[in-house]
Design a binder for this molecule. Sequence first.
Ligand code: ATP
Length: 270
Amino acid sequence: MSRGETPARPDPGRQDPGPRAHPLVRAEGLTKTHHGEGAPVHAVRGVDLRVSRGEFVAVTGPSGAGKSTLLHLLGGLQKPDGGSIWFDGKRLDSYRESQWAVLRRRRIGIVFQFFNLVSNLTVADNVELPALLAGRSPKQARADRAGLLDELGLAGKERSMPGELSGGEQQRVALARALVNHPDLLLADEPAGSLDSKGTREVLRLLSRFHARGQTILLVTHDARMASAADRVISFFDGRVVDDAALDDGDGRPPRRGPGGVAGVLELKD
Ligand SMILES: Nc1ncnc2c1ncn2[C@@H]1O[C@H](COP(=O)(O)OP(=O)(O)OP(=O)(O)O)[C@@H](O)[C@H]1O
């Protein structure tokens, strides 16, 4: 697809979207330098990335490699210094903050390591709020919230405040909040980073379950066990992609590599 084409949003009622003419996410030549205390940090140094609809992609690598910065760029939480970002065929890198906010409300859900729930709202309100902000009726928002909390094993916790829940429960509320508007893309930044092994297993199980239903997921994680739940693992080092491999799905065939593979294309720029 050439630059400037902006196909209409697909009909959400369609049964099987099938292969798309364009990837859900495409980034080209992305760069980001942080200017904090001391020398500038070149956190993302020229990344090309494609994520297809329905893929579960893990981005892994050592601390400071630039993984979270990449996720923040793709979610519009930080602005790139260079390169382009496309989402469902639309170019986003010149989007204003207000446009990104609308996109995040409707089409990109994000979960973070420390949950970021609104501490003085109940669990129910934390999940309903984004649905209401996206224009859902109160009745629909309530129904969606109830269904999700039930599915996530949180029925009965609706009136609790986030501070009254365990870390694992809070992360499940954060997942419900991120998924309540049925986003095309779920971005997850170390979602089990502050959980114990039971909480980690739970998050992993839930991500896998939503993925099995077609949810596109980009997960940033240190944890090899979490990364192994993905279809494809991108290794990040020093702001660059150093490997991109589709995981063996147990069918006996060799794992597909990213470039040229079914999973998509990712290249390293100098
Ligand atoms: N807001 C910021 N201001 C200055 N430097 C930053 C900022 N955010 C990140 N950095 C620096 O950019 C580099 C990449 O950070 P980033 O958080 O993207 O890496 P990461 O791979 O996600 O690391 P971790 O796994 O430890 O979270 C690091 O050196 C970090 O210190």
